[in-house]
Ligand binder design. Sequence first.
Ligand code: HEC
Ligand code: HEC
Length: 195
Amino acid sequence: MKRTGSIAAIIGGCFMLHAPAWAESPSQAAMLSNTCAGCHGTSGTSAGPSMPTIAGMPEVYLLESMKKFRSGERPSSIMGRLAKAYSDEEIKMMAEFFARHPFGREKQEVDAAKVAIGKQIHDQRCKKCHMDNGRDSEDSGILAGQWKEYLQISMRDFRSGKRPMPEKMRAKVEGEGKLTPEEVEAVIHFYASQQ
Ligand code: HEC
Ligand code: HEC
């Protein structure tokens, strides 16, 4: 009896330690997020190449992205229509769910010369906000190990004005010494090369 009791206490203790914030309704968060799995992978790491991996991104970025898709502020092929089906509360649950999962990285084909040029551009212009070689950020997506094709689409939408670009980022991309298309491609190869 005593032994069973202590095992139960240990199991109970472990559960408490690891219980996530959404533990009150884990099935609801998981169920909602399941509808994203076909494109973004079961826990947010997608099989690429134009479907971004969304796991491990800052919760605030996931939340804001969904709201911008829903309002049409951010252009999309699919997400705008999809996001309209969810309430603020449901979006928050999904953002929490994906933010907790690790961002998975697969090896992508990159050009070593472009990676080297891209690294310099990153160090000079991007690392202040896209920290740790694009792995870490307070309020933007994760760039390190993101799918190359998705990054190309993102940069194209930013530069054409279709997707609103944060003003301070615009200064680094379009401002003094404006990046050439080759330089943008190089920095994308640099991020895609991160494992
Ligand atoms: C049919 C495929 C599909 C499904 C299902 C889908 N997505 Fe997406 N998602 C995309 C594509 C494609 C993009 C790029 C934007 C676009 O073109 O719509 C994207 C972009 C995103 C982004 C922006 C990522 C970034 O780095 O900025 C977020 C966040 C996101 N999706 C969340 C979700 C959530 C949450 C769900 C489930 C409710 C979901 N998606 C379901 C295809 C899908
Ligand atoms: C002052 C901060 C800042 C700087 C500097 C900056 N960025 Fe960003 N970046 C952001 C923010 C914030 C976002 C999120 C924008 C949004 O919400 O749509 C972002 C988003 C992005 C995205 C889209 C990510 C996604 O998942 O869709 C790419 C790609 C990107 N930045 C590349 C760059 C590159 C390349 C540079 C350097 C030339 C750079 N950024 C410099 C703040 C910055």
